[in-house]
Ligand binder design. Structure first.
Ligand code: FAD
Length: 422
């Protein structure tokens, strides 16, 4: 069996890895160089955080979202000129902002994320080299009630075996636990079940291992078309020639939407732009830190921390908007004391955001030999390994693993209407 994986971000590489482990011949095709900065998998926060895996459309987000429409400094931002194109997606998104869908989505993500630590440990044992820290996470807020609110939002995870604290910590306790926080922080809590990686090193490490395992890479080759007969794909057409195969995995991150459209498969997914940069802190945090007040995450990476955040809907534009990044920097420096006065290595990435905040892991129906492995939203580093492993099982056995049931592509109704139960 020969599989062609389109996309060399974390999603595609994990699919390729577990397929190869099942003795499938694999070619990874990427329009850029694998490990390029243009992939969302390059400069993200690198959190492997299954206990925080709630979908983005939360009950109550509707009002917040409406307010955000007009505030360019908001963590969630819709570019006005992109709104006409975004509106159908946005309307569908709002139909998922309810308790029932949120609980269902949380349960589905909790089940998918379950084996993530074991699989990452398995990669280490297999000799894949990347930077990994097992530090846990601290959520830090100015007000105790806000820390409590975040903890409450994770509560559902307890049911799925994730370990959560019973209550929040006060000012003294949180500073004792995480001395890098400055005086602004008055409360928080600790989650032990969180690791972090330096995202680009995981991508590079996986790609190196895949080459050793005999996986072929075709880089600088944008897939522009599929060729085949009926509902069977035979090859992909790229700028660097055609690539034939038996199975085809569409794992092109945010760009899977236009790619799947070439097969006539419509997926309601938009790019959600986020920013990150590096900082030299006066004191290196002992944990990953979630600054819930400003919707930003801090990842310790040796002598620097990476700060990432914001969710901007402005299309497939990777340009760095300095106003948004310096706004994030100004907010972050309110919580962490700096060694250097400025930030380094500003970066923007596009998260693949489905309307319900859940991945799409399925056949690219009606095609029986084309698959979708996308929509990982804010959780690509967390769910790619489990999703890749189960995707390899699905391709090799021809049967959908139970854990993929909530991620079927046909869950999306065609009409933009309030859904039953919504
Ligand atoms: C600021 C920020 C912070 C984040 N923090 C975290 C975090 O802490 N933890 C976490 O789990 N997730 C986090 N994420 C989300 C995570 O980055 C994504 O979910 C994940 O990287 C998506 O991976 P992917 O492989 O699907 O897409 P990508 O990494 O974008 O890869 C897609 C690949 O497909 C290629 N491609 C596109 N079109 C074509 C084509 N037509 N032909 C061939 N190749 C093509 C691209 O070149 C690219 O290499 C964060 C994201 C951002 C932006």
């Amino acid at each position: 069996m020969k599989a062609v994986v389109i996309g060399g971000g974390i999603s595609g590489l994990c699919c390729a890895y577990y397929l190869r482990r099942r003795d499938v011949d694999v070619t990874v095709v990427d329009r850029a160089r694998v490990g390029a900065r243009t992939a969302s998998s390059w400069g993200n926060g690198g959190w492997i955080a299954p206990a925080q895996a709630g979908p983005l459309p939360e009950p109550g987000l509707t009002v917040y979202g409406l307010r955000a429409l007009v505030r360019a400094d908001s963590a969630l931002y819709f570019r006005p000129s992109y709104l006409p194109r975004l509106t159908p997606w946005l309307l569908r998104f709002w139909t998922y902002c309810n308790e029932r869908d949120y609980d269902r989505g949380t349960a589905a993500l909790a089940a998918l994320g379950q084996p993530c630590f074991e699989l990452v440990d398995g990669m280490v044992a297999d000799g894949i080299e990347f930077e990994l820290w097992k530090l846990g996470m601290v959520c830090a807020t100015e007000k105790e009630e806000d820390a409590r609110k975040v903890l409450r939002s994770l509560e559902g995870m307890r049911r799925y075996g994730y370990d959560l604290p019973d209550d929040v910590l006060g000012e003294d306790e949180i500073h004792e636990l995480e001395p890098s926080l400055n005086d602004r922080v008055k409360a928080g809590f600790h989650l032990a079940e969180q690791w972090n990686v330096k995202a680009d090193t995981l991508v590079e490490g996986l790609a190196t291992r895949l080459r050793e395992m005999g996986v072929e890479f075709l880089e600088g080759a944008e897939v522009i078309e599929f060729d085949g007969t009926g509902t069977v794909v035979r090859s992909v057409r790229t700028g660097a020639g055609d690539v034939g195969g038996d199975q085809f995995v569409l794992a092109a991150g945010s760009w899977t939407t236009p790619l799947a459209a070439r097969l006539g498969v419509k997926i309601p997914m938009e790019p959600g732009k986020g920013y990150s940069f590096l900082l030299a802190p006066k004191q290196m945090p002992r944990h990953g830190i979630l600054f819930a007040d400003i919707h930003a995450g801090v990842t310790p990476l040796g002598d620097r921390v990476r700060i990432g955040g914001t969710m901007e809907f402005s299309g497939y534009d990777l340009a760095i908007d300095e106003r948004r990044i310096s706004n994030l920097f100004d907010l972050a420096r309110g919580y962490i004391d700096l060694e250097k006065p400025d930030y380094e290595e500003p970066w923007a990435g596009l998260r693949p955001m489905t309307v319900d905040g859940l991945p799409i892991l399925d056949w690219a129906q009606p095609y029986r030999n084309a698959y979708l492995a996308t929509g990982y939203s804010m959780l690509g580093m967390t769910v790619s390994a489990p999703a890749g492993e189960a995707m390899a099982e699905m391709i090799v056995t021809g049967a959908r693993p139970g854990v993929f049931e909530p991620f079927r592509v046909d869950r999306f109704p065609r009409a933009i209407a309030r859904r039953p139960g919504g």
